[in-house]
Write a protein that binds this ligand. Structure first.
Ligand code: ATP
Length: 293
């Protein structure tokens, strides 16, 4: 089953596109990491998927419905936006009661246990919580809602390292126990590597790559060898990045077939290498030989 299907989705502010031609499919049951440089359009995509924003172009279907189309759709999708919005005048406990009132699938035990474990005072006003505590409260509401799809925009940015690890653990448990699907944006690739089995790299408002993490790692290779024109590479090797010196060429390629050319020394990439290669090379090209010193 597909939880998110975007076809040519774009969002324009005045004359500027915040997201353009975004085409993407995400299957249910995955934890998908959404990465990309600042301003790439990650928050815009999540806002559109949650129904907070309407796209200027294209179509998007989330959990089989149109985002923001009514209460049934809202119940299916949880969203914790980047600024982890909470009601500053309401206490922690009032947030939980509001969550129970508004969400048909509300898991009271989970919410109460999480609040206790985090050490939030139920009587504390949300406006007087620290940034990290506010984020914890918003994340608790998102998980306890028991949505089919949970959208998280940089969920752990404000959390201390221990809280971050525990939150990611909670998330993995919710995925395993309740078949929750998650899309989370983050700049912390090491965190994504721990929890995500699917990755989407968004650069310049377009999807550069979207695939299972295992498949991505198995099909990307760093090739080093004598200086070589990229036009001589086999057609099924998609060049992600290339660097040349006077004598040597280093190229990162995506290829389903094994690299058999004995001229190359073949190295593997970590997930962080892979993300950085896509982020620092915005367009897939086979550039003419040029020396980078
Ligand atoms: N309300 C708005 N009005 C005008 N431009 C906007 C608005 N919101 C976002 N943008 C622009 O759209 C582009 C994409 O922004 P977005 O917040 O989606 O990026 P992002 O990938 O989430 O970035 P970051 O990693 O910094 O959070 C940026 O160039 C941003 O300036």
């Amino acid at each position: 089953m597909t939880v998110l299907r975007a076809q040519g989705v774009g969002k324009k502010y005045n004359r500027k596109w915040a997201l353009a031609g975004c085409t993407l499919e995400i299957d249910a049951g995955h934890v998908t990491g959404l990465v990309g440089p600042n301003g790439a359009g990650k928050s815009t995509l999540l806002n559109i998927a949650s129904g907070m924003l309407r796209p200027t172009t294209g179509t998007i279907e989330v959990c089989g419905g149109v985002p923001g189309s009514g209460p049934a759709q809202l119940a299916k999708v949880g969203y914790v936006a980047q600024n982890t919005p909470v009601y500053s005048g309401l206490t922690v406990d009032e947030h939980l009661r509001l969550g129970a009132r508004l969400n048909p699938g509300w898991d009271h035990d989970l919410a109460a246990k999480r609040v206790e474990r985090i050490g939030l005072d139920p009587k504390q006003q949300a406006g007087k919580l620290s940034g990290g505590q506010r984020a914890q409260l918003a994340l608790t509401l998102g998980i306890a809602k028991r949505p089919e799809l949970l959208l998280l925009d940089e969920p752990v940015a404000a959390l201390d390292p221990l809280a971050r690890r525990e939150f990611l653990q909670d998330l993995m448990e919710a995925v395993a126990e309740h078949g929750l699907s998650v899309v989370l944006s983050s700049h912390l690739v090491a965190d994504l590597e721990r929890v995500c089995d699917h990755l989407v790299v968004l650069v310049d408002s377009q999807v550069r790559v979207a695939d299972d993490v295992e498949h991505l790692l198995a099909t990307h290779h760093r090739l080093s060898g004598p200086r070589r024109d990229l036009d001589t590479l086999p057609a099924d090797q998609q060049v992600v990045s290339a660097r040349h010196t006077d004598r040597q060429t280093t190229v990162v390629v995506r290829s389903d077939a094994p690299i058999l050319d004995p001229v190359w020394t073949v190295g593997e990439l970590t997930l962080e290498d892979l993300v950085l290669e896509y982020m620092s090379n915005p367009v897939t090209v086979r550039p003419a030989l040029e020396v980078l010193r």
